[in-house]
Design a binder for this molecule. Structure first.
Ligand code: CTP
Ligand code: MG
Length: 400
């Protein structure tokens, strides 16, 4: 098992509202969007953004449902999820989320679950602005309608210059200490966190929001969100294009017998068996796994990273290849789900050492599950003539 690093960023997803304007038969975040809830869809966007503690704030009685949605959306990052019960107002719900922040967190984003289709790039822009030194940052979009100030009787009092206006969205980002202090000293109830922090005297900066981050408030908004999700899944085979989900990859390799020394295969030395030839030790099993992992992560193939121009891998064994590959995956934000590899060969006979091979390969991959199977080819082809070994691997990688 791989341990997720303790994040310095947290995203508080407020989902504790009742959804009185939507009237969806359940609290708004728990109303269905596609096959899952609005909350589930929001969390897919959150987990596709920067690595963060994710605090989900929900109405009393919905903690279990929220945990199910959050764990599913989090995938391998499930240990980053905290679920807490919200309060009577949005501001009280945010305060409940703040109380659950981990000690290492110093940047806090507050996000409305109701903005279910917010792209991960918006999260990244907000975090980048806080990291660059801002105390408070909100995403905004230009106001397109002409705006009028009206009085209680519904008469237009004045026009408002649209160029001075921007519509505020979420996630809104803050230095943790700024948000905590502002919430503690707030005397009024504000509709967003930027207003709480502005009331405490801080400057609030803006970054570009996104039209897709609209808030699901009324029934037509929900219809619009459903239509967008449906259209996206119709053109893309991936039903959750906003999220980086698990990915599979395939890799194969062949080496011929005729190398010097003893055989190395599947990370094991096989005394008395004929060696394979190759730039390294000819371990076709390890090389097939490397290709499968790199393909799954979209990082090219073995030639991209271990070409013959890399003298340090001349003669190297499986462990060196797999450890380096694992490092490349981690750098790109992936961890290994599992690996399955099949060897086609007359020699060596795997039966007695299959489990040993699985352990060696798994250890080199940081403990990820590796299955090894072996077969012969009924005397057919080069493997059937004992001229060499073929290996076929599939791998699953998941966002780290
Ligand atoms: N919210 C919350 N706790 C509250 C009120 C609101 O966590 N006591 C959250 C909502 O779940 C939503 C976000 O704040 O994700 C924005 O609020 P809004 O869109 O107004 O949602 P609701 O309050 O649920 O809807 P309504 O006002 O129509 O009842
Ligand atoms: Mg509300």
């Amino acid at each position: 098992m791989t341990l997720t690093p303790v994040p310095r960023i947290a995203v508080i997803v407020v989902a504790a509202g009742s959804g009185t304007r939507l009237r969806g038969g359940a609290p708004k975040a728990f109303v269905g969007l596609d096959t899952r809830s609005i909350l589930h869809r929001s969390l897919l966007g959150v987990f596709a953004g920067p690595l963060a503690q994710v605090v989900v704030v929900v109405p009393e009685g919905y903690e279990g449902d929220a945990l199910t949605d959050a764990r599913d959306a989090a995938g391998a990052a499930a240990d980053l999820v905290t679920v807490v019960t919200g309060g009577a107002t949005r501001q009280a719900s945010v305060a409940a989320g703040v109380a659950a922040l981990w000690a290492d967190v110093d940047i806090v984003l507050v996000h409305d679950a109701a903005r279910a289709l917010t792209p991960p790039e918006v999260f990244e822009r907000v975090v980048a602005a806080v990291e660059a030194g801002a105390a408070a940052v909100i995403p905004t979009v230009p106001v397109v309608d002409t705006i009028k100030r009206v009085d209680a009787a519904g008469r237009v009092v004045a026009g408002v210059d649209r160029s001075e206006l921007a519509a505020a969205q979420t996630p809104q980002g803050f230095r943790r200490a700024v948000l905590e202090a502002a919430l503690a000293e707030a005397t009024a109830d504000h509709t967003d966190d930027a207003a709480v922090v502005a009331a405490a005297g801080h400057t609030v900066l803006t970054v570009a929001g996104d039209a897709a981050a609209f808030k699901i408030t009324t029934a037509p908004d929900l219809e619009r969100a459903r239509a967008i999700v449906q259209a996206a899944s119709a053109v893309s085979p991936d039903p959750t294009p906003v999220a980086r989900g698990p990915r599979v990859g395939i890799g194969t390799d062949v080496h011929g017998f005729g190398g010097a020394g003893t055989l190395w295969l599947a990370g094991l030395e096989w005394p008395g068996e004929q060696a394979l030839s190759g730039h390294s030790d000819g371990d076709a099993v390890a090389h097939a796994i490397v290709d499968a992992l790199l393909a799954a992560a979209g990082l090219g193939d073995i030639g991209t990273h271990f070409g013959t121009d890399r003298p340090e891998f001349a003669g190297a064994h499986a462990e060196a290849f797999l450890v380096h590959t694992l490092g490349l995956l981690r750098e790109a934000g992936w961890s290994v789900g599992n690996v399955s590899v099949q060897v086609q060969a007359n020699r060596p006979r795997f039966a007695a050492r299959r489990v040993e091979a699985e352990r060696a390969l798994s250890a080199a991959l940081g403990g990820a599950a590796v299955s090894v199977s072996a077969t012969t080819t009924d005397g057919l082809g080069f493997t059937g003539r004992t001229e060499g070994v073929a290996a076929f691997a599939t791998a699953l990688v998941v966002p780290a």
